[in-house]
Design a protein around this ligand. Structure first.
Ligand code: TXA
Ligand code: MG
Length: 318
């Protein structure tokens, strides 16, 4: 198992030695390495069992540091950064020559994000290189929202987990592509589409997911999935097909009286999508450990973070 702690200097020393460190962010935990070092970055791919075609997001502490990571940064990037960074937003920009091809998977673009978690911001300010970091889970599985989640699955592969508590948002960053002529959204996430559109003063095109096309990295239809089968629909209707002991339930704000309490997770009693986002991944992980056959779940309102929740539920159920 990895050591858990809040020692920034220890984390920084390991990263300088090209070791991996798991880091807290407000979205999900990341598995970080020196973004300028091939030797360090390759360890991320092997620890996660991640295919080389899936590029990594580069994390930095300030907009001023973008110049070390990206080139030809358009004005709209600064406009979005001003409004939302640090925060749950990743911008895809033209990559600078010093970014290893491993990080970009050979594309000429790079994802950049300034995370808002104080421990990780502090860590980044102590380093003279940015951190490449995907979510700290085995490839294809649900992202971790606590240090314990990371330790359970990757603890034997990393020396240190910076423990920043439970993630405040709980769903991965929203990814916006700025290398095409048109602003487009590649992944719905922890920053609501409505907020971005309000700042830009126009609606944004959304790129569809694909079941196989590796040219559209991170857009796989089946992803973010627990090992148990997930079925998405009307929970009351789906329940008719199973015995009570066979099912786990993730509902938005309903409980079911004929199903044992330990087999149910209600995402938000008050019916708030932000609260539901915070609880979603822990709910999937919890039910994945229960002696049940199937996880039954339902869509939440398609507004704000509800869009990202529904995206993850669809991919978990695909
Ligand atoms: O909230 C987050 O974004 C978390 C935290 C740790 O920052 N990170 C995260 O990383 O979710 P990851 O690797 O699990 O997902 C990042 C997605 C991947 O699906 C990847 O394909 C996409 O971002 N991506 C990264 N660089 C890209 C690029 N240059 N072009 C298109 N997509 C890119
Ligand atoms: Mg991921």
């Amino acid at each position: 198992m990895a050591e858990l702690g809040t020692d920034i200097q220890k984390a920084a020393a390991l990263l300088r030695k090209k070791e991996l460190v798991a880091i807290p962010t407000e979205t999900v935990y990341g598995l970080a390495a020196n973004a300028f070092s091939d030797e360090a970055v390759i360890k991320i791919f092997s620890a996660k069992n991640r295919p080389a075609f899936d590029p990594l997001i580069v994390h930095t502490h300030s907009v001023a540091a973008f110049k070390n990571i990206a080139v030809q940064v358009p004005n709209v990037a600064y406009q979005l950064a001003e409004a939302f960074m640090p925060g749950p937003l990743t911008l895809i920009l033209r990559s600078a020559p010093q970014i290893p091809l491993l990080v970009t998977s050979g594309h000429n673009s790079v994802g950049i994000r300034i995370p808002r978690h104080p421990l990780t911001l502090d860590l980044l300010q102590n380093l003279d290189f940015p951190l490449a970091a995907p979510s700290a889970n085995p490839f294809g599985y649900v992202s971790p929202t606590s240090a314990q989640h990371v330790n359970e699955q990757l603890g034997d592969k990393i020396p240190y987990i910076l423990d920043g508590g439970d993630c405040a948002i709980g769903i991965e960053s929203t990814i916006i592509n700025l290398v095409q002529n048109e602003v487009e959204i590649l992944r719905l996430g922890g920053l609501a589409l409505e907020e971005i559109e309000a700042v830009l003063g126009k609606s944004i095109r959304q790129v569809k997911t694909s079941s196989s096309n590796p040219q559209a990295p991170g857009m796989l239809s089946s992803h973010y999935a627990p090992r148990k089968k997930v079925r998405l629909g009307n929970i009351s209707e789906l329940l008719k097909e199973y015995q009570p002991h066979e099912v786990g339930i993730i509902s938005f704000s309903t409980t079911y009286s004929n199903i044992p309490a330990q087999q149910q997770v209600m995402l938000s009693k008050a019916g708030l999508v932000e609260e539901a986002a915070r609880h979603l991944f822990a709910a999937l992980r919890y039910l994945d450990t229960q002696p049940i056959k199937v996880i039954l779940t339902e869509l939440v309102p398609e507004i704000g973070l509800g869009r990202a929740i529904n995206d993850r539920l669809r991919r978990a159920a695909f």
